[in-house]
Design a protein around this ligand. Sequence first.
Ligand code: CA
Length: 408
Amino acid sequence: MKINGLVPPAPPCTCSSRATTQKAEGERLRTEPVMATSKRSVALFVLIFVAAPAVFAVTDGLLLNSHFEQGPDKSELNGTRVLGRYSIPHWEISGFVEYIESGQQQDDMILPVPEGERAVRLGNDATIRQQLAVTRHTYYSITFGAARTCAQAEKLNVSVTPESGVLPIQTVYTSSGWDSYSWAFKAKHTTVWLSIHNPGHEENPACGPLIDGVAIKALRSPHHVKADNMLRNGDFEDGPYIFPNTPWGVLVPPITEDEHSPLPGWAIMSDTKVVKYVDAAHHAVPRGGGAVELVAGRECALVQEVRTVPGSSYRLSFSVGDAGNGCDGYLAVDAYASRAKLNVPYESQGKGGYKRVELEFVADADLTRVVFHSANYHMKPDATLCGPVVDDVSLVPVHKHAARRLRM
Ligand SMILES: [Ca+2]
């Protein structure tokens, strides 16, 4: 369903967005999945292989040459610019694409490519794309690493025909300058092109974001519900792929269609800000493997709409905590359901922990919107945005037998 309109009015952001050119922390994954092999005859396979670029059969994980470690021949480069459409193995490019290695400079700025690594930069109207073999009608999330370079309001257009989404990447959420972004689609065909395109038109045609690392993960249907919870994916156990060696989670950008959300069931309401999906491997997560960190104050809300019976009572329960990532201080989450509102203060030491809270309300419509946002803006000591964590959200009907008996 499409969720229209925004939640409570948000004040302008008083925080500062920033781009840095420091080295990325941690090592990046270098393993590559095995290319698909056809079960048909070798001759047929060779014929297909020669006629078209290899189609990558999707399993959860990295795409082929996802970190661009295999680069173009020197003869296919003019400086850093990649000349040929097929010069980068397993990718097809168009427009002003640069092949960037660590240590390369632009003017007086060192591009934030980690030591020993390689990445591509998408200049004006540049596109990289790879063909994927997927399962029809299945939902998938895409995760990719991006770093903003010179332009202020950089955006990326991610598409799998016929769906596309424009992801704002102007705010930087890590001290390394690299963020992981997610996007989702439902496969309409068995073979699809995944494209990442910079729609920008800067004066300097080379100005544009760096891309490094592209992965895919099949998602559970956004319509899946458990017997004991009216909300879908209330425990956030289903979410986008997280690179095993990135300790900073994955950003989920604004998405008003919960049908195509990297967090199945949930919409992200904002103009340009995001929520962060965090995993138990790198964060303190209240329960299970995943949770959501509300990193953008009141400028971004996590929303789900659920069918309710007007006049009936419901109980919304959820956990509020911190991700154990140094985000300390007086955090708070504002929760809304129907006309009820609850402000949940949480004093964070930045080391992990959470508390359970409940909000009872009477539905006043047949669709009730459940909304969470951080009540304030917070920053970690490294000046990156952070906030409270929400997890384990449950909505159940409350049967008021006593009240009914009184009325009889
Ligand atoms: Ca969870």
